[in-house]
Design a binder for this molecule. Structure first.
Ligand code: ADP
Length: 165
C-alpha cells in the first residue's frame, strides 16, 4: 500500500488543497492530511476545527484519507506514520524556492523520505488560505475558493472574533 503525508496549515482548507489531495490520491492508496499545530503561527481556526473542516471537505475520499494533527517535524511524523512520501502543492514559481529548501532540509533529516509535487488546476494557482481570509474580512465573494460550509465557518468565526473586541 502506497501511503503519503500531505502537510500544511489548512487554515482553512481551500479548493486548491482539495485539488492537490485528489490528484495525490490517484498515485497513493492512502493520504494522511497532517495539520501542523505550530504555536508560532496563530491561525483563524483551532487545529480541531481545521480537522473537522478537512474531513467534511474530503468526505467523498474518506476511505482513503486520514487527518492527523502534527506537533513535531513533518519528516519525522511521516516516518512514524509509515508513509514514504511528502506531498506538496506548487502554485507558481514563487513556491518553488521555499519548497526546494524544505525538501533538501527534509532529506538531510530523513534520507529515505521523498517529496512529490503536484500542480493545481490553474484556476487555483493564485489561491491561498491567507487570500481567502483577506477576502472574507472585506465581505468578498468566496464561492470560487472554498465550499459553502467553509464560507459559513469563516463568517461565524469572524463574527465571534469581532464580538470579543
Ligand atoms: P503551509 O503553511 O505549509 O504553506 P498551507 O496550508 O498553506 O500550508 O499549504 C499546504 C500545501 O498546500 C503547500 O504545499 C502549499 O503549497 C499547497 N497549496 C496551498 N494552496 C494551494 C493551491 N491553491 N494550489 C496548489 N497548492 C496549494
Amino acid at each position: 500500500m502506497k501511503k503519503a503525508v500531505y502537510p500544511g496549515s489548512f487554515d482553512p482548507i481551500t479548493y486548491g488543497h482539495i485539488d492537490i489531495a485528489r490528484r495525490a490520491l490517484k498515485v497513493f492508496d492512502k493520504l494522511v492530511i497532517l495539520i501542523s499545530d505550530n504555536p508560532n503561527k496563530s491561525g483563524l481556526f483551532t487545529v480541531e476545527e481545521k480537522k473537522a473542516l478537512v474531513l467534511e471537505a474530503l468526505k467523498d475520499e474518506i476511505d482513503n484519507i486520514e487527518v492527523v494533527i502534527g506537533t513535531g517535524l513533518t519528516v519525522k511524523e511521516t516516518k512514524k506514520l509509515n508513509a514514504t512520501h511528502i506531498v506538496r502543492g506548487l502554485r507558481a514559481v514563487t513556491d518553488f524556492e521555499y519548497e526546494f529548501q524544505l525538501t533538501h532540509a527534509n532529506r538531510v533529516l530523513e534520507r529515505e523520505i521523498d517529496s512529490i509535487f503536484f500542480m493545481t488546476d490553474n484556476k487555483y494557482s493564485f489561491l491561498s488560505s491567507t487570500t481567502v481570509k483577506e477576502i472574507a474580512l472585506f465581505n468578498g465573494e468566496l464561492s470560487h475558493f472554498v465550499p459553502k460550509f467553509i464560507e459559513d465557518a469563516i463568517e461565524k468565526k469572524m463574527k465571534e472574533l469581532n464580538n470579543e473586541f
